[in-house]
Every structure is written in structure tokens, then in C-alpha cells.
Write a protein that binds this ligand. Structure first.
Ligand code: B1M
Length: 211
């Protein structure tokens, strides 16, 4: 963990932070470590927001800085040889939730690891997940969520997939800021992925197993 980057990002010093990112990539630092630092900084931003020292503009700006960091780091994450996709993955941030930076990183990591990713975006109603699953027949479905207020939307989405008769055709993973294994149990998903690499590992494991 680089304290310098965590401090610059959490202090919202965009120019200096991007310089540090470029310098660390130049000297061969692992891009995943940079993303871990960015996440740590966002935890600090979130805490300051909860405590009332940062407000919505700071939250918005931190998101913009993080997007800029992700754009610099992404090309350094190696894409495997271009062969046929190893499986289809339908992903989206559930209804009522607009957070997408973490979800986009998951989409990107799944893509570079050989999955065909169908990203439905943010604020995705259960019906849109159901329709996409019926259309592209993925083996794996991912629900992202970052607000405690969307636990119910997570459950509604899993329930809608079951009601459409598609539940036994897919494995469902959940992830995102405030998700955990308890929420997974509540909404009836198959697994919780704490970060983008965990999502990839789970998906790889699932693709090897019969449903
Ligand atoms: Co908001 N926000 N936000 N926010 N925001 C949080 C999530 C919050 C924790 C901040 C806080 O108060 N401490 C808090 C939620 C509290 C709660 O519900 N318990 C919060 C709030 C309250 C809100 C609003 C309600 C604020 C308001 O309007 N009053 C509002 C909600 C709007 C809405 O969605 N309806 C809001 C808005 C926003 C912005 C739009 C300003 C902006 C989002 C920009 C964007 O996404 N385009 C924003 C931001 C930036 C944050 C924080 C600061 C950072 C989120 C982030 O990008 N993290 C966040 C605080 C925090 O996270 N600690 C906060 C970095 C990202 C790389 O990490 O998202 O965890 P993460 O993603 C990881 C893993 O979670 C995992 O992999 C990713 C990469 O490793 N992962 C998965 C993600 N999806 C996965 C799916 C998987 C598996 C793994 O399987 C499918």
C-alpha cells in the first residue's frame, strides 16, 4: 500500500495523484495494487462523507478522479490471447443504485480474463436482467450494489430470475461496497465476491463445474 497515493486521492488532489499513478506504473508496480490503494482512498472519502466533512460535490469529484485512475491503469492489466470466450457473464448495478466504478472494474477484469461480458449498466430493473438472461443465456450473472437501501432490489432481482424459470440455468454472484455473505443469503444468490479478482476466480471455478 502506498500511503502517498491513498493520501492524495482521499484529499482529492487529482493532478498529483495521477502523476503518482503514472510514475508507479512506469517503475513496474502491479496495477492491481494501485487499484487497491484507490479503493482504500475511497473508503476514507466515504467515511468523511458519513462524518459530514465531505459533501456530495466531494463524493462526485472522487468518483471522477477514480474513473481517471482506472482509465490509466486498465491498459496495463494484461488481456489474454484472443480465443473464443470461456463463458458469458451478465452484469449490472441493481435498481435504485447509480454506483458503477466498482462494477465497471469487475466488467473489465472479467473481459480481460476471457469472459463475454454483457453489462446492463446502472439502476437495472429485475425485468432487464431476466430479459438479458433469456436472450444471451449466460452461465453467470453478477449483481452489483453499493447502498444498504438496495438489498431488497438484489433479492427482487434473484426472485424475478427464479420466477422466470431461469434460476437453475445460472449461478448468481453479488458484490459491491456494502454487500457481504449475509446479504447473499438474504437475497438467495450463490456467492459474494469481495473484489474484482474474487469475481473472476469465482466465475472461473463455476465455469468448470456443472450447474
Ligand atoms: Co456514494 N455512497 N452515494 N456515490 N459512494 C457510498 C457507496 C457510501 C458507502 C459512502 C458513505 O456514506 N460512507 C454510501 C452508502 C452508504 C450505505 O448505503 N450504507 C453512499 C451514499 C450514501 C450515496 C448517496 C445516497 C449520497 C446521496 O445522494 N446522499 C448517493 C446514491 C445515489 C444512487 O446510487 N442512487 C451516492 C452517490 C455517489 C456518486 C454518484 C457521487 C459517486 C458514484 C460515482 C460512480 O460510481 N460513477 C459515489 C461514490 C464515489 C461513493 C464512494 C465514495 C466510492 C465508491 C467507489 O467507487 N469505490 C463510496 C464509499 C466507499 O466505497 N467506501 C460511496 C471504489 C470501487 C473501486 O470500489 O465500489 O467497492 P467498490 O468496488 C469493488 C468491490 O466492491 C467489488 O469489485 C470492485 C473492484 O474491486 N465489486 C464486485 C463491485 N461490484 C461487484 C460485483 C461482483 C463482485 C465484486 O459480483 C457481481
Amino acid at each position: 500500500m502506498s500511503d502517498e497515493l491513498v493520501v492524495l486521492l482521499s484529499e482529492l488532489k487529482k493532478t498529483e495523484a495521477l502523476e503518482v499513478v503514472a510514475r508507479r506504473l512506469e517503475r513496474g508496480d502491479d496495477p492491481m495494487r494501485l487499484l487497491d490503494d484507490a479503493r482504500e482512498a475511497m473508503r476514507i472519502v466515504g467515511r468523511r462523507f458519513s462524518e459530514g466533512t465531505y459533501f456530495i460535490p466531494e463524493l462526485v469529484y472522487s468518483g471522477k478522479i477514480l474513473e481517471a485512475v482506472a482509465e490509466i491503469v486498465k491498459p496495463r492489466l494484461t488481456r489474454g490471447p484472443t480465443t473464443a470466450p470461456i463463458g458469458r457473464f451478465v452484469l449490472g448495478t441493481v435498481a435504485g443504485d447509480l454506483h458503477d466504478i466498482g462494477k465497471n472494474l469487475v466488467a473489465f477484469m472479467m473481459d480481460v480474463n476471457g469472459f463475454e461480458v454483457h453489462d446492463l449498466g446502472v439502476d437495472v430493473p429485475p425485468r432487464a436482467f431476466v430479459d438479458k438472461i433469456a436472450e444471451v443465456k449466460p452461465r453467470i450473472v453478477g449483481l452489483s450494489g453499493f447502498l444498504t437501501s438496495v438489498y431488497q432490489a438484489m433479492k427482487d432481482t434473484v426472485d424475478a430470475i427464479a420466477e422466470a424459470g431461469l434460476r437453475d440455468q445460472v449461478r448468481i454472484m453479488i458484490g459491491g461496497g456494502v454487500m457481504d455473505d449475509e446479504v447473499r443469503r438474504y437475497c438467495g444468490a450463490d456467492a459474494y465476491g469481495p473484489d474484482a479478482m474474487a469475481a473472476v476466480s469465482l466465475a472461473r471455478q463455476w465455469i468448470e463445474e456443472p450447474i
